[in-house]
Design a binder for this molecule. Sequence first.
Ligand SMILES: [Zn+2]
Ligand SMILES: [Zn+2]
Length: 343
Amino acid sequence: MSESHLQLARAGLYCPSGGFYIDPLRPVERAIITHGHADHARAGHGAVLASAETLAIMAARYGPAFAGRTEVLAPGERLSIGGVGVSLHPAGHVLGSMQVRLDVAGRVTVVSGDYKRQPDPTCAPFECVPCDVFITEATFGLPVFRHPPARAEIDRLLASLALFPDRTHLVGAYALGKAQRVIAELRGAGYDRPIYLHGALEPLCALYAAHGVALGPLESVGDKGRELAGEIVLCPPGQLADRWARRFGDPVCAAASGWMRVRAWARQRGAELPLVISDHADWDGLCATITETGARTVWVTHGAEDALVHWCGKQGLNARPLNRIGYGDENGIERPDTLSGPR
Ligand SMILES: [Zn+2]
Ligand SMILES: [Zn+2]
């Protein structure tokens, strides 16, 4: 791995010159965190460098003492750590999500974290950062994964609501990123009624709103049930098949996830109305991004590595999979049994 400034250590990606890890899986002295999803942002590090939003998300999930000390790095601002130039650049994944750019004597490595190329009204758009070595995620790294525009999926939800005006429309969406995006896309489509939230989604929706993301009127589900006929209710995906959902009588169950492309997944989690809305780049997005960075060396992590490594090889790029055990616990692999929040 001498071609990069990073090496793979037990706790994760490590930069020996700078003495820091990126998204380490276990507590370390110094960490740079790309974004707030639980499989990237863990509590207990000595020091955390991240965007202001990511630090706020970590504090909301883990409590204010989640790290020994914290440091904000604004997007595009440069810092030198042990001779390594460090800067953060928007990844377009969730609020505050950043790619990490490392520069030593003009040789540049970029760690993408999780990213997507589709527009998202709830976070800054992905910025393509030219580099020599690009470390990309590959959650949807198979050609079968092509995400339609989110707006088209939201239109399907609204069409169902028009067709079944007496049924609650229950949408399973992860607490960080997906829930807020579904809400913002609904607002963009002109839906202005209150949207009802399961309690587990409330804190991060409030955090997004406090950071200036317009979500419109939101209300708690609380004890309400059948009186929410004809309304849109958001809940963690795991609640769709749970007793909790029965309070709504005969709801239309929808789930928002890139995995909804796979029919069996949709069925498995009880999603009558699968909405293909993802926080990750699809196959075309991954390939286009790798090309745009101009990187000659690509490390592939966090999902279906093999197909993307093979594709890189065909483009004449030097590519290899980075097996990172422990990733993909949250939105990385949107598993049906995963609930959001600290674990
Ligand atoms: Zn993520
Ligand atoms: Zn991830």
